[in-house]
Design a protein around this ligand. Structure first.
Ligand SMILES: Cc1ncc(COP(=O)(O)O)c(C=O)c1O
Length: 344
């Protein structure tokens, strides 16, 4: 609610509006002002970073998207001869960057299942352990202190993509991770109206390196999106509670049906998955929902769902639906899902 809000002078708004600027007044020396050029610094970023830093317990750097944040971490922490251990069953963007851009530059890429033992076994000689918890779309929850121990034993850094959990449900840095990474396009901002990402780092030197990467590559968020994100952050706790209540009720409903298989909900967040058997039934279900938009992504106030296999990037069955609960009235949502299952 209050994270990152300035104290404010008499007559100031509670959350100052976005500062839209390319150059700022900068007279004399290049470092005469904190803000000189909009690719390097912006006061609207700094307010959101203060909020995220407070929530994550580290120094936050906002990026143009979750993938810009992911890329910044991978490219600033890994170089030729290094070893990356990453999940083979999590968000595919990480695997793509690893295969298409890291491996050709001489980084060894070890993909493992999202299990603590698999990471531990693969960690010898590693430079960076990258984990995602809960994983997407597998929805596996990992033991972060155990993974931090494995990383420390191997002399590696641990980076955690906690997009599905948000800092309200998981604290990677407090659990021993070096870096917490997230797409803010999902629950964190929650209105399906912007794309944004961030990294929070424990070490100031690593944070400075990431900030410098952002300025150099220009992977910067727009001030307006950044401001919208900060505004939306104030309702994260209430949105999440309502989304989780809906997800819990939906998981219970689906588990009680014998025509729905493999219902998974990790007990936090809005996302659940279930298997409707085949492509035809899953598409018929999605087409029959009236309150649930067929769309990718997750975490928004409006319920969304998709047949995950349509992307061809994850090892999931043709009838698996990834469903993100919004904040609709629970009875309305459950009725809509039941009607759609009947239609499908
Ligand atoms: C777990 C996870 N990490 C990272 C990303 C990438 O985020 P963005 O779409 O904001 O670039 C996503 C997007 O779906 C995601 O689900």
């Amino acid at each position: 609610m209050h994270a990152g809000l300035p104290e404010g002078d008499q007559g100031d708004p509670l959350l100052p509006g976005p500062v839209l600027a390319a150059p700022f007044h900068l007279r004399g020396a290049a470092d005469a002002a904190r803000h000189g050029y909009g690719r390097a610094a912006n006061p609207t970023w700094e307010r959101l970073e203060a909020a995220l830093g407070e929530l994550e317990g580290g120094e936050a750097i906002v990026f143009a998207s979750g993938m810009a944040a992911v890329t910044a971490v991978l490219l600033t922490t890994l170089t030729t001869g290094d070893v990356l251990v990453a999940p083979g069953d999590a968000y595919p963007g990480v695997r793509d960057i690893a295969h298409r851009h890291l491996a050709p530059r001489g980084v060894e890429v070890r993909l493992v299942p999202s299990e603590e033992s698999a990471f531990r076994e693969a960690s010898e000689g590693a430079t960076l352990l990258w984990v995602e918890t809960p994983s997407n779309p597998g929805l596996r929850v990992l033991d972060l202190p155990a993974l931090a121990g494995a990383a420390a034993a191997a002399g590696a850094r641990l980076a955690v993509d906690g997009t599905l959990a948000t800092p309200l449900r998981q604290a990677p840095l407090a659990a021993g991770a070096d870096l917490a990474v997230a797409s803010a396009s999902k629950h964190l901002t929650g209105h399906s109206d912007l794309v944004l990402g961030y990294v929070a780092a424990r070490e100031a030197a690593l944070a400075a390196e990431l900030r410098s990467w952002r300025a150099l590559t220009g992977a910067i968020p727009g001030p307006f999106e950044t401001w919208l994100a900060h505004r939306s952050l104030a309702t994260l706790a209430v949105r999440l509670e309502r989304q989780e209540a809906n997800a819990r009720a939906l998981a219970r409903l689906l588990r009680a049906r014998d025509d729905v298989g493999a219902v998974r909900w990790p007990g936090l967040g809005s996302v659940l998955t279930f298997d409707l058997g085949d492509e035809q039934r899953a598409q018929a279900f999605l087409g029959a929902c009236r309150l649930v938009a067929e769309a990718t992504s997750f975490g928004g106030v409006h319920s969304t769902a998709e047949r995950r296999a349509r992307w061809g990037t994850d090892a999931v069955g043709a009838g698996v639906v990834r469903f993100s609960c919004g904040i609709e009235d629970a009875a309305d949502l459950l009725t809509d899902v039941q009607d759609a299952l009947r239609a499908g």
